[in-house]
Design a protein around this ligand. Structure first.
Ligand code: DGT
Ligand code: CA
Ligand code: CA
Ligand code: ZN
Length: 588
């Protein structure tokens, strides 16, 4: 997907989607017709899922061909694409009180509760909400109680104390766009992401870029004059910090080409990795810094043009940035024992995708074609099951209808292969949301917790352990349920779950959705050590979402995983054989 248009499909489509989502929220706050609210949300979901840039669709006069977009929404998109803002949104913001809007930003507070809190208790901000909950003033309101007060308190605290870190999946496309722009400018000899972005951490504090140039001051000048720069916060002869139009902060440092490698190593970090590395250097009578590697006694420079110089000088193998967290990578590099990390191009299929049969935005064929264009040989369609009503979950009858369409498409799309699976809901008692008969008719079963997150740790652990015992289960999805920046995972004994998964042969998911990345890096590594195998999948709800596989792969790499650890690196015949072998174990 490297032939992305320069205006960055994901960026503009996501910003337009966010605009419509905000309008929907404010309309909801005003108690507007729910069908109108839903139309905005539906249009937003479709736009966020499109592979084509919204700009192109708009220029071709095809806005109204987008599902959910009628003349009224089209006119708002038109203004947004022309001017970058929406007078309709601004008008709505004027008519909804800032207090309501501010309270709506706390997860778990809808318009009705927001209005109630403002009117009854004169609460205007998440901070005031937290204080009122601490003073037990909320439990007295009609419709609230001690439990819901406790939950609101936790949500308000999380909101007010949330770290202002950006999702990797938001920062990465923007950073790469800037890197592309700089690389086209001949004053820059080399440009690379650095810092946590190059290490592909799940969230990013600020974007760090490194460049090499024979003329650093002019290079810095060119950087600060990029059109997407709103403000220059700091500037020197070799570095600058700028604020982008989007509010993002970017640090650029420019070095002479001779110290490129040393500087790249230094500014990639992590800080802990660098400190450990420096200690190793001192023990060998060496000194390393952002200019190079030096002999302590003589001051002689041993290298620094390429990153390998730094590691090789210490007898270490070069290692991928994802490993540089001081989690044993230096010892492994010294023993020439680093793992050969899985790469995105190793993925052969995607075992977690949705279609418009449930809450996806595209048909089965469009999803299959998008997966094929992303270089995959097979996908599993895993639409939701009935208990997930908001996602229009499928009944056994609907699943059978869907199967006929999948069979038909498999005849026309071969050798590409579509498998029929389902993302089966785990009920609160640990039973599955489909009968054994219906499960047996599927080719693949993955299971998820989507409800009752507030159970006790023991009950939640029991619930998931019981669900995994079902012999037809292939994969446990997003095992912790966390949403980055929104909610922590539910309370659960993950260690017990991973142990059980390893012994049952249930595969653990690394979900690539940019706000899930669930399991995370540390637990993925633990899962492997306990004997689990994993999948890296997109949970795509639209054709554009296969791009997010990059972020799930980053988690796997940061978890030291190789392609042998990831089931969907199997070629189609081997994957099919794995499904058949599991399916041979009949449900009791
Ligand atoms: P972030 O921005 O919070 O996501 O994390 P980083 O890792 O990008 O950290 P940042 O932006 O403060 O610094 C970028 C890199 O510069 C960092 O990964 C390593 C290097 N660095 C920064 N401060 C220090 C330091 O005090 N000592 C050493 N050895 N390296 C540092
Ligand atoms: Ca940074
Ligand atoms: Ca920085
Ligand atoms: Zn899903």
């Amino acid at each position: 997907m490297e032939d992305r248009p320069p205006d960055d499909t994901v960026g503009i489509n996501q910003r337009a989607g966010q605009l419509l989502q905000r309008i929907a929220l404010l309309l909801e706050a005003k108690g507007e017709n729910p069908f109108r609210v839903r139309a905005y949300r539906e249009a937003a979901a479709h736009i966020e899922g499109m592979t084509e840039s919204l700009t192109t669709v708009w220029q071709d006069g095809r806005l109204e061909s987008i599902p959910g977009v009628g003349p009224s929404i089209a006119s708002k998109l038109d203004e947004f694409l022309r001017t970058g803002h929406s007078s309709y949104l601004e008008e709505l913001q004027r008519s909804v009180s800032p207090a309501i809007e501010s309270l709506l930003s706390v997860p778990g507070i809808g318009p009705r509760r927001a209005r109630q809190l403002v009117e009854a208790l004169n609460i205007h901000t998440p901070e005031e909400l937290a204080r009122a909950a601490e003073a037990h003033r909320i439990r007295t309101l009609p419709g609230f109680g001690p439990r819901s007060e406790e939950r609101l308190l936790a949500a308000a605290r999380r909101w007010t104390q949330r770290e202002q870190r950006l999702l990797l999946g938001v920062a990465w496309p923007i950073a790469n766009h800037i890197v592309d722009l700089l690389r086209r400018d001949p004053i820059f000899l080399r440009v690379s992401p650095a810092g946590s972005l190059r290490r592909m951490r799940e969230t990013i504090g600020d974007i760090d870029l490194l460049a090499a140039s024979h003329d650093p001051p002019t290079a810095v000048e060119h950087f600060t004059r990029l059109p997407l720069v709103r403000d220059v916060l700091a500037r020197g002869p070799t570095k600058a910090t700028v604020l982008l139009e989007t509010g993002l902060q970017v640090d650029l440092r420019v070095v002479e080409p001779g110290s490129w490698g040393a500087a790249l190593q230094y500014f990639t970090g992590s800080k802990l990795h660098n400190i450990a590395l420096r200690d190793m250097a001192i023990a060998r009578g060496l000194k390393i810094n952002e200019y190079g590697v030096f002999e302590e006694r003589t001051g002689r420079r041993l290298g620094g043009e390429i990153e390998e110089d730094v590691y090789h000088a210490l007898g270490l193998d070069w290692m991928p940035p994802e490993l540089r967290e001081d989690r044993g990578e230096l010892q492994a590099a010294a023993q020439h024992n680093l793992p050969v990390l899985v790469e995105q191009s190793d993925l052969r299929g995607d075992p977690h995708t949705h279609t418009d049969w449930s809450d996806g935005t595209a048909g089965i064929e469009a999803m299959a074609v998008a997966a094929r264009n992303a270089g995959l040989d097979y996908i599993v369609i895993t639409d939701h099951t009935v208990s997930l009503a908001i996602a229009r979950g499928l009944s056994p009858e609907r699943l059978q209808q869907q199967r006929r369409e999948i069979d038909r498409l498999n005849r026309t799309l071969a050798p590409f292969r579509i498998f029929q699976g389902a993302e089966v809901d785990i009920r609160p008692d640990g039973s599955l949301d489909l009968s054994d008969d219906a499960l047996r008719r599927l080719e693949f079963v993955s299971i998820s917790v989507h409800s009752r997150f507030q159970m006790s740790r023991e009950a939640m652990t029991e619930r998931i352990l019981r669900a995994m015992q079902h012999p037809l289960v292939n994969v446990l999805n997003h095992p912790t349920g966390r949403l980055l920046g929104q909610r922590p995972g539910y309370e659960v004994d993950l260690e017990a779950i991973l142990q059980c998964a390893a012994s049952l042969g249930v595969v653990i998911e690394i979900n690539s959705q940019i706000n899930r990345l669930d399991l995370d890096d540390i637990w993925s590594r633990r899962a492997k050590d306990l004997g689990c195998r994993l999948v890296v999948d997109s949970d795509a709800h639209g054709p554009a979402h296969f791009e997010t596989l990059r972020y799930g792969i980053a988690v796997a790499r940061r978890g030291w995983l190789t392609s042998q650890d990831i089931v969907n690196t199997l070629p189609l015949p081997a994957f099919e054989a794995w499904l058949k072998a599991r399916h041979g174990r009949q449900a009791a």
